[in-house]
Design a protein. Structure first.
Length: 277
């Protein structure tokens, strides 16, 4: 994409050469539980083995700060078994250095090998205190069978009933969103090696690309996607999880520990809001 020709300017760049600066990034410390498919109010992707996932319900995932660090100029997020029963540890980091609305967001990253239960994510989500809380995954590799360049997962909260809604634009019960992804299930495109993932977020669309190839565009001017046109402020997030719902649980072939590496993050804007904190 010709960013300069489209009026974009670089407003944020992170190379992690100086480590993970605490005034920009925070590694989270929290625990979540896997739950069965029948307890999950979100649409379960069609490739998920719901019977196996239900057997895994109740296992804990601990996001611990020790699993998030900077090494050799990269943000490294690790996941492993916790050594106590069926639980796992993962890592999650949020960027608190700035918030923004609209722009071209680009990340150079190395995703883990495709394995059941392993879920690397990079994207942005609504900031605390905002009425609308849109969330978009730029990278979301859903286990061994969900071989996606990006899950293009959206979640938001409406302003009247504060009800949480979600749309997974890669999978739903009828796989009706597959038309957006002519090549998104080709695993060799992502591993091995680093790839550049990006999304262009404007007032009328979300456009996804991998290594410069656009593979998905979504019109966000009509409901329910109009949440993304309200100017809500968002912040960058990154994480690596094991054993969460909506993907097949870890099995005997899942090799842990594993790592998700981010080399570079850039945010460009030609219109929108950018606020340093």
């Amino acid at each position: 994409m010709d960013l300069k020709g489209n009026g974009y300017r670089l407003v944020f760049e992170e190379n992690f050469n100086g480590g993970m600066e605490t005034n920009k990034w925070k590694a989270l410390d929290e625990t979540v539980k896997a739950h069965s498919a029948k307890d999950n109010k979100e649409t379960v992707p069609t490739h998920v083995n719901t019977q196996a996932a239900s057997k895994h319900a109740g296992a804990e995932l601990h996001y611990i700060p020790e699993n998030v660090c900077c090494e050799n100029g990269e943000l490294v997020i690790r996941a492993d078994r916790d050594g106590h029963g069926d639980g796992f540890t993962g890592g999650k980091a949020v960027c608190n250095g700035f918030v923004f609305s609209y722009g071209y967001i680009e990340v150079t990253a190395l995703v883990p090998d495709f394995q059941n239960g392993v879920w690397p994510v990079f994207g942005f989500c609504g900031t605390d205190g905002t009425v609308y809380k849109p969330m978009v995954d730029i990278i979301a590799v859903h286990g061994a069978k969900g071989k996606n360049a990006a899950g293009m997962y959206m979640k938001w909260t409406d302003d009247i009933y504060e009800t949480q809604h979600s749309v997974n634009c890669l999978y739903d019960a009828e796989d009706r969103y597959r038309r957006f992804y002519p090549s998104s299930r080709v695993p060799d495109k992502l591993t091995p090696g680093y790839h550049v993932f990006a999304v262009e977020w404007t007032k009328d669309r979300l456009k996804y690309s991998c290594d410069g190839e656009v593979y998905c565009q979504v019109d966000i001017t009509a409901k329910p996607f109009d949440t993304f046109t309200c100017g809500a402020l968002v912040k960058l997030t990154a994480g690596l999880s094991v054993g969460l719902p909506n993907i097949d649980p870890p099995d005997a072939n899942t090799v842990l520990p594993t790592e998700f590496k981010i080399k570079n993050i850039k945010v460009y804007q030609n219109d929108g809001i950018f606020v340093k904190r």
